[in-house]
Design a binder for this molecule. Structure first.
Ligand code: ATP
Length: 235
């Protein structure tokens, strides 16, 4: 039984149909990546799962429970963390305040401190910059903060929307290395990326989205070798 199961969902923005029947699943402990070009529907797929976008038809199951169209705070409480595209940290709040915002429903000072230590274990830079305003951090640091904030809720599934966007190659390497570490610690990862080569290299499985539909799927290593994918996304 998959941990997350998306069944034939269709999602609209007003009259614009963004998803045209997307189905896929994510098993516990996997890294699954969704690749596709601009506007294919990758972000909308994540938004549909976390409840930021409304699904018109189809259904989404998480740990056997239907969660379609639950509001974002509920999906977060269930254990699904969504780190949106563009990071969206609070620029005027400090690093510490940003992390605390991520722990909005966590009760108990000690638990919060343990979660922070967990985050610092993966992102030591955040510990060094606790009182710095989020908005003055570099792009890579802001991405780390956005992921760190999501980890404050101790999620089972971490959904990352284009974590490599706009970052220098060496920082991208670091971010992908951390994603691998988090996965090894038992967090299931659903990763959306335009950086298809790197995303597929760390993924157990991948799906290719085109025009709101899934057109191809397979093991990460198989997709990297696929000629159509090489031509369209790895050129
Ligand atoms: P990108 O990598 O460029 O973010 P994507 O694969 O994540 O692309 P989505 O952002 O999911 O694509 O967009 C899917 C479709 O939905 C596109 O045609 C897009 O223009 C449209 N869309 C996305 N957000 C909105 C919105 N808020 N209002 C109207 N249309 C939208």
């Amino acid at each position: 039984m998959p941990m997350l199961e998306v069944k034939n969902i269709e999602t609209y923005y007003g009259a614009v149909q963004a998803l045209r029947g997307i189905s896929f699943d994510v098993n516990e402990g996997e890294i699954v990546t969704l690749i596709g070009s601009n506007g294919a529907g990758k972000s909308t797929t994540l938004k549909s799962i976390s409840g930021l976008a409304k699904v018109k038809t189809g259904s989404i199951f998480y740990k056997d429970k239907e969660i379609s169209n639950r509001p974002p705070h509920e999906t977060t409480l269930l254990g699904i963390a969504h780190v949106p595209e563009g990071r969206r940290i609070f620029g005027n709040l400090t690093v510490k305040e940003n992390l605390l915002m991520g722990a909005f429903s966590v009760k108990g000072k000690q638990v919060i401190e343990e979660r922070m230590e967990f985050v610092f274990g993966h992102f030591p830079r955040l510990k060094e910059r606790l009182s710095q305003k989020g908005g003055t951090m570099s792009g890579g640091e802001q991405q780390m903060l956005a992921i760190g904030r999501a980890l404050m809720m101790n999620p089972d599934v971490l959904m990352l929307d284009e974590p490599s966007m706009g970052l220098a190659p060496i920082i991208v390497e670091q971010i992908f290395e951390i994603i691998l570490q988090l996965n090894k610690m038992g967090i299931t990862i659903l990763l959306v990326e335009q950086n298809a080569y790197q995303a597929l290299s760390i993924a157990h499985r991948g799906y290719v989205i085109q025009n709101g539909s899934i057109v191809l799927s397979g093991k990460g290593t198989e997709l990297i070798e696929n000629d159509e994918i090489k031509e369209a996304y790895l050129a």
